[in-house]
Design a protein around this ligand. Structure first.
Ligand SMILES: [Zn+2]
Length: 342
């Protein structure tokens, strides 16, 4: 797990507003007894929970209000053996958090934290409290209604709509934002030894989630991109058979199809950026900068806007489970039609 390595606020990427809010509440002695961290996966929710637990229990916190990383408590956090930091998650391959885990936590809260500081329980994903039934959520509700002293509950969830409203209303909500692309790219270069253009492409596909970016395989992605660009070029030749063959092939593989939709959209977005003379560091396909600039001077922005719209429409239709082959036939024809002078 990537977030397991992070034990302090200073290591967190982005999320400045959340961090300054939590630090201020901590210093003022006004921490809520339960927080709901809301935001996409892989943007640092669990890392912030861990860093907060480390800071609250650190015996020699740094002047900038952060864990020292050296005291016995910080060392136990780093080793994953701190008795007062609990992660409550579903068992592997299960969707639901067992009610026993919540009951066990509830029993613990009858006693003060072992280290004499704060007991922090991270529940992730909080959606797993209600995945099959509400039993675990209802058990937790009792603790939320009578918050025990020196216990802090952090629920990490993607959307609050999947949680019980009674649970949500007893937590203080903290929204986490997607991470800026350049920040994700820089981190990928550092951790994965990627070239700047490779990192930019992965970052563009990650939607601001470092977790998602780190899970992508750069080699497989570059292969996908080669195929997508070859497909776009072939369709541009104007043969109807090429379009129908392409639709038939892509309808068979949802993964290839998803890659096509997002990589092609990024391609037309890059053409528009090049046309409007945006700095090349903003491009997703940076290694194709020259080709993009060449095409950008020859083509018309209206065509690329239309193609982006066609790709977005296809994406919506596929999400609504409309016939993929039919959706792709139409998408192929629309992408090809854009070739004609508008
Ligand atoms: Zn410390």
């Amino acid at each position: 797990m990537i977030e397991d390595r992070i034990q302090s606020f200073r290591e967190i990427l982005g999320q400045e507003r959340v961090l300054s809010y939590l630090k201020a509440a901590w210093k003022a002695g006004r921490l809520a007894h339960a927080y709901l961290f809301l935001g996409p996966e892989g943007v640092g929710k669990a890392s912030v929970a861990r860093a907060l637990a480390a800071a609250l229990n650190c015996t020699q916190p740094l002047p900038e209000d952060d864990a020292c990383g050296k005291c016995p408590s910080c060392r136990r956090m780093a080793a994953g053996t701190h008795p007062d930091f609990l992660v409550i998650s579903p068992e592997e391959s299960k969707a639901q958090i067992k009610i026993e885990y919540i009951r066990e936590f509830r029993r613990l809260t009858a006693y003060p934290p072992l280290g004499g500081g704060w007991r922090v329980a991270l529940i992730k994903p909080a959606e797993a409290l209600t995945a099959q039934n509400d039993a675990a959520a209802n058990a937790l509700l009792k603790t939320l209604e009578e918050p025990p002293e020196w216990n802090l509950i952090i629920l990490a969830a993607t959307v609050e709509g999947d949680l019980l409203p009674t649970v949500v209303s007893r937590c203080q909500k903290l929204p986490f934002s997607p991470l800026p692309g350049p920040l994700v790219a820089r981190e990928l270069e550092r951790r994965r030894n990627l070239t700047p253009p490779q990192a930019a492409l992965l970052a563009a596909l990650s939607g601001g989630s470092l977790g998602r970016a780190l899970a992508l395989d750069p080699e497989a992605l570059l292969d996908q991109r080669r195929q997508v660009l070859a497909d776009l070029e072939q369709m541009g030749q104007g043969s109807i058979t090429a379009v129908l063959d392409w639709a038939l092939r892509l309808a068979k593989s949802r993964a290839d199809l998803d890659y096509f939709l997002v990589l092609a959209q990024l391609w037309y977005r890059d053409l528009l950026l090049s046309h409007f003379k945006a700095p090349s560091r903003l491009l997703a396909h940076q290694d194709f900068r020259e080709a993009l600039e060449e095409q950008a001077t020859a083509g018309a922005p209206r065509t690329w806007f239309a193609r982006c719209a066609a790709l977005a429409a296809a994406h919506r239709h596929l999400q609504a489970n409309l016939n993929p082959e039919l959706t792709l036939d139409i998408l192929g024809l629309r992408l090809q039609q854009g070739k004609l002078p508008l």
